[in-house]
Design a protein around this ligand. Structure first.
Ligand code: HEM
Length: 448
């Protein structure tokens, strides 16, 4: 099965044409050459950037010298109203402090403790889908967003999405996203810095979300003081001191991080799950294999996770073809030489999982859907050198372990109970906050 891919731009064209197309759709504005090239330089009126596909360059930027390639202020500009100065956009000493605390909270043992809550969310979405399983075409994206948000609230604050404050955060978040369609998690924003401003709707919805989170954080702080707090991720994050400075997060820092976990944690998981379901709808072989596996092994016991091998391979392959954070940007702190080209201080480094994951010189059958590839020598070497849905190095996603349990679990629960059938028209991938379908991601559900 060869799933949909935007038609790339052909030929060179003018810089202005590129900018026009980029503003319409970042993915299809990119040149076809990026699926074969190791690096591409772009000079525009407001930007000088280098898209790096060479695994050794990616390794240098993300793993060997990450402090010389901080996150770009472009990223901060789009996300700051909601995220404040959270770990997702901060740099330097502030970021180091935040990550020291977060990494402790996301240790593997914690994810294990969170598993029953994830499982409850999985059973809840299976139930919500029941009235829709009559074979008519539905957009699955709102449902994957809903369940991913449910997982975050249940694991972070031990409340389901139906909780009044949780559902208000979820609703306000939709508004926030509608108010700024050009912002994406990777920080690729088509407007120059001076031309960007946050309209009233953006500021209003961000303030509302932060106010709601503030209430949750204050209530939890009171429960911690009273000794009645549940032992979930929020309690862990709020009570873990930075092992170097011994300081715990201030309430404001905690609001920044909760907003980040909500944004980075639910939008990404929702995108990966929706694409996984779509891909399975066109692949009866993998769908039936996964359904058998889920029927045999899925349970509320954490030990079932290691047996969900097909679910994991499918989820991994879906994130190869449709990485939720399809591109991300760093900035050169000093002048650099990249494959014999001079990159001045301040130049943007674009890292593109979208292109790296489909690179024609690296992958066998780069555009095909094949969850079996992970057992081949090519799949294994590419997983090491050319696969980064969670980024790589010290700034990689702290929620990766969490997401690799949540995603296969949700997928297995849905496919155990429903047979998926392809839609009439395939989805068109576009970069919104994460990688989504232009008009949603449609499919048909039938009760098994
Ligand atoms: C399928 C699910 C997920 C995917 C694909 C994903 C992907 C990513 C990627 C690519 C980054 C790096 C972005 C960049 O460098 O520009 C990142 C960072 C981050 N993610 Fe995730 N993520 C997922 C789930 C989660 C979850 C569940 C959480 C927490 C509950 C989370 C929290 C974060 C945070 C806090 C960062 C910022 C890390 C830093 O800059 O130090 N993510 N994620």
């Amino acid at each position: 099965m060869i799933p949909p891919k935007p038609r790339p731009r052909e030929g060179k064209g003018s810089v202005w044409r590129f900018i026009r197309e980029f503003r319409r759709d970042i993915l299809s504005a990119q040149s076809d050459r990026l699926y074969r090239a190791w690096m591409a330089e772009f000079r525009g009126p407001f930007i000088h950037s280098f898209t790096c596909n060479d695994p050794s360059l990616v390794d240098m930027v993300l793993k060997r010298r990450p402090m010389d390639f901080p996150k770009s202020p472009r990223m901060a500009a789009g996300l700051q109203p909601l995220l404040g100065n959270s770990s997702f956009i901060s740099n330097g000493a502030t970021w180091l402090h935040q990550r020291r605390i977060i990494d402790i909270a996301f240790e593997r043992g914690r994810v294990r403790e969170a598993f029953p809550a994830m499982h409850d969310a999985a059973e809840a979405v299976v139930e919500r889908l029941a009235p829709l399983a009559d074979g008519s075409e539905i957009d699955i994206e709102p449902h994957t967003s809903h369940v991913a948000a449910d997982v975050i609230f249940r694991t972070l604050f031990s409340i389901p999405i139906e909780h009044e404050t949780a559902s208000q955060v979820f609703e306000s978040f939709r508004e926030h996203q509608d108010a700024q369609p050009m912002v994406n998690l990777g920080g690729l924003i088509a407007l120059p810095r001076w031309a960007r401003y946050h309209n009233r709707r953006v500021r209003h919805s961000a303030r509302r979300i932060r106010r709601l989170i503030k209430t949750l954080v204050a209530e939890r702080a009171a429960d911690i003081d009273a000794g009645t707090a549940p032992q979930d991720l929020a309690t862990k994050i709020m009570t873990t001191p930075d092992p170097v400075t011994n300081e715990v997060f201030t309430p404001r820092e905690m609001i920044d991080e909760v907003a980040t976990f909500f944004l980075a944690g639910h939008e990404t998981g929702a995108s990966a799950l929706a694409w996984s379901l779509y891909l399975l709808s066109g692949s009866p072989y993998w769908q039936e294999k996964l359904a058998r596996e889920a029927k045999t092994h899925l349970s509320r016991d954490f030990s079932c996770v290691k047996r969900l091998e097909t679910a994991r391979a499918v989820f991994r392959e879906a994130m190869r073809l449709y990485p939720p954070v399809a591109m991300t940007v760093r900035q050169c702190r000093h002048q650099e030489t990249l494959r014999e080209r001079r990159a001045p201080k301040g130049a943007q480094i674009v890292l593109s999982p979208w292109h790296l994951h489909r690179h024609q010189k690296l992958w066998d059958n780069p555009d095909g859907f094949d969850p079996g590839r992970w057992d081949t020598p090519n799949g294994q070497s590419c997983m090491r050198d050319a696969y980064m849905p969670f980024s790589q190095g010290p700034r990689s996603c702290p929620g990766a372990g969490f997401a690799m349990i949540e995603g296969p679990l949700l997928l297995a629960a849905i496919v155990r109970d429903y047979r998926l059938e392809e839609p009439d028209k395939p989805p068109v991938p576009v970069m919104r906050l994460t990688l989504r379908g232009k008009d949603g991601i449609h499919l048909r559900l039938h009760k098994r």
